[in-house]
Design a protein around this ligand. Structure first.
Ligand SMILES: Cc1cc2nc3c(=O)[nH]c(=O)nc-3n(C[C@H](O)[C@H](O)[C@H](O)COP(=O)(O)OP(=O)(O)OC[C@H]3O[C@@H](n4cnc5c(N)ncnc54)[C@H](O)[C@@H]3O)c2cc1C
Length: 353
């Protein structure tokens, strides 16, 4: 064995490794190099290795917001950093510091089981703590930014660690600087969440209100969120998917008024100067719900979710995406934007047709 191979082995680096089990769409592409990391020291050594070998580095958590379209060159790091630290600050506030590789739903369960409020509406979102701020995960009227105090990051090239305040992370609807200007330089290693020991439950979201009454508790809201999600969304362990495939589009008020005149049932929400449309409704009304294309399709209970029944590669899904975007554009003049992150970033570009 030569020196390089020995060094790679000591660092747990595998060459030409399949990414099949690391993405919930279950596409079978390869990583040139792959390592599963469970300690900060190991992460730093891997970053050093990549720098010395002049290799790009990509981090994957649960792979539940990824669209892998080709083999990924460079080093792919699977984040399994673990640990939760709790600091009860006073009778009203708790600070939870969670390592980036922790499973997000387990973090929610942990908080609910200790009667801490703030993230119960975000139950059952797949993936890791570290990826949650990347697209500012949200559900049922709550976003991670509402409870996020700081994120701990490591610089890809220098290995230096620092903390960034939540207010400086550029959080927006399914967006943050981690998807933008920081995507090539920073990885998240831990997140500080600010939770409440007693707080109001947020029940304003339609899907939660109906079956709940004044007796709602933290636990009943958590259970209701899990129940609604299990009814509506496919479990990736049984049917491959990456959750919502498209973002809800923002359009101007004038455009929405024109659409409302033509489609009185249009589902829309006012958002400051703009109007947000329900992408699932647009796709459903364009006739796509339950439709199949080769081995992929549109989920029959939620048109926003594209599922993979039997494909090993992304081509059929990319073709279905293009067909849906084209048809929604022709019908409503609205361009849908993809939600999952594409890997590698330089492969097939997202286009209308
Ligand atoms: C059934 C289903 C339901 C879903 N429901 C929701 C929902 O209700 N709301 C919602 O917002 N999302 C939802 N999602 C999307 C997904 O669960 C979230 O985006 C989640 O946060 C992704 O976590 P992950 O660990 O799987 O990230 P990955 O898919 O592994 O990575 C996503 C992106 O983050 C980057 N990344 C990962 N870890 C780090 C890190 N530590 N530091 C820096 N960058 C990192 C990756 O490089 C990639 O660009 C759903 C997905 C599925 C399959």
């Amino acid at each position: 064995m030569n020196e390089n191979a020995l060094n790679n082995r000591q660092l747990g680096i595998e060459q030409d490794a399949s990414l099949l089990e690391f993405n919930t769409l279950r596409f079978d592409y390869k990583a040139e190099y792959l390592a599963v990391v469970s300690s900060l020291a190991h992460l730093k050594a891997l970053l050093q290795w990549a720098n010395d070998a002049n290799q790009t580095v990509t981090m994957i958590g649960g792979g539940s917001n990824l669209l892998i379209c080709a083999d990924v060159s460079g080093l792919v790091i699977i984040n399994r950093l673990s640990g939760i630290q709790v600091d009860v600050q006073d009778e009203a506030n708790v600070m939870m510091t969670v390592a980036a590789g922790e499973n997000w739903h387990h973090v929610v369960e942990y908080a609910v089981s200790h009667h801490w409020y703030g993230i119960e509406n975000l139950a059952l979102i797949p993936g890791t703590m570290g990826a949650a701020p990347v697209q500012n995960i949200g559900a049922y009227g709550v976003e991670i930014k509402d409870v996020l105090r700081r994120v701990q990051v490591i610089h890809k090239h220098t290995g230096e660690q620092s903390w960034i305040d939540g207010k400086d992370c550029g959080f927006a609807y399914r967006d943050s600087h981690f998807k933008g200007k920081w995507k090539d330089t920073l990885f998240i290693t831990a997140v500080e969440l600010s939770l409440k020991i007693n707080a109001e439950l947020l029940l304003s979201y339609g899907g939660l209100v109906a079956p709940l009454d004044d007796q709602s508790t933290l636990l009943s809201v958590f259970e209701r969120v899990c129940e609604v999600r299990r009814q509506k969304l496919p479990d990736p362990s049984f049917l491959a998917n990456a959750g919502s495939f498209f973002k809800n589009p923002l359009i101007s008020k004038a455009h929405s008024q024109t659409l409302k005149a033509r489609f009185p049932e249009l589902v829309s929400f006012a958002l400051e100067e703009n109007v947000k449309l329900a992408a699932g409704w647009l796709i459903d009304q364009a006739g796509w719900k339950g439709k199949r294309h080769l081995g992929v399709g549109v989920y029959d209970k939620q048109a926003l979710v594209l599922v993979n029944y039997s494909e090993h590669k992304a081509d059929a899904l990319l073709a279905l995406e293009a067909l849906i975007k084209q048809s929604v554009y022709e019908r409503y003049g609205v361009l849908l934007e993809r939600e999952p992150v594409q890997l590698p970033l330089s492969s097939h570009s997202e286009s209308l047709s």
